[in-house]
Ligand binder design. Structure first.
Ligand code: GDP
Ligand code: ADP
Length: 186
């Protein structure tokens, strides 16, 4: 059986990762999205087990202690991690598994899964990034400030990634991602 592959999607909060991925998953059923665990409170409309598994800090610590997370990191005051078993099972089944994770997690995956393809999504400008976070209207002022501060660090690390795509025009960014994932390597 052919082994699957891990695909890492990273980029500053608000750049459009979630929106791009939703579109990509709709047209590519061979892609599977890993559902992360987080200590962040659910946003309006977020569903347990679909957007995240929502846990408290103690439960999260338990997952770390028992080796159940493939990677994890703290971001803007909350913990986020990738459950190990589902990802390993999907890879064994030959699936293309997408991890939508922040920079520290991507760095861990680079060590543990050097064969993973790592994509970084950039905003057209810092101003547009801030506009998108605000338009989304889901975060407090404090959460927005933390995300924008962290965005500078993440953007500065973009060239660590295999492929960097600017999410300016949405359809063009989507096309560039599809090329990166599915175009045959010559
Ligand atoms: N390391 C790591 N980062 C994650 C994981 N799940 C989500 N993230 C990242 O955590 C950051 C915050 O996510 P979230 O609170 O949903 O905010 P948003 O990116 O502003 O929508 C984003 O950069 C996500 O990519 C995970 O399992 N591991
Ligand atoms: N290319 C784009 N042009 C304009 N707005 C966009 C574009 N891509 C995404 N957005 C919008 O930006 C906001 C943040 O997108 P989201 O997918 O939640 O970001 P992330 O998952 O990276 O935090 C959403 O309101 C989304 O509709």
């Amino acid at each position: 059986m052919q082994m699957g592959q891990l695909i890492v999607f990273t980029g500053p909060s608000g750049v459009g990762k979630g929106t791009l991925l939703r579109s990509l998953l709709e047209s590519h059923p061979e892609l599977e999205l890993s559902i992360s665990v987080t200590t962040r409170a659910p946003r309006e409309g977020e569903i347990e087990g679909r957007h995240y598994y929502f846990v408290n800090r103690e439960q999260f610590q338990g997952l770390i202690a028992t080796g159940q997370l493939l990677e994890w990191a703290e971001f803007a005051g909350n913990c986020y991690g990738t459950p190990r078993t589902p990802v390993e099972e999907m890879i064994a089944q030959g699936k293309l598994v997408v991890l939508e994770i922040e920079l520290e997690g991507a760095r861990q995956v680079r060590e543990t899964f050097p064969g993973a393809l790592q994509l970084f999504i950039l905003p057209p400008s810092p101003e547009e990034l801030e506009r998108r976070i605000r338009v989304r209207g889901q975060d407090s002022e404090e959460a927005i400030a933390r995300r924008l501060h962290r965005a500078q660090v993440e953007i500065a690390a973009a060239d660590e990634f295999d492929i960097v795509i600017v999410n300016d025009d949405f359809d063009r960014a989507l096309e560039a991602i599809e090329m990166a994932l599915f175009a045959p390597v010559s």
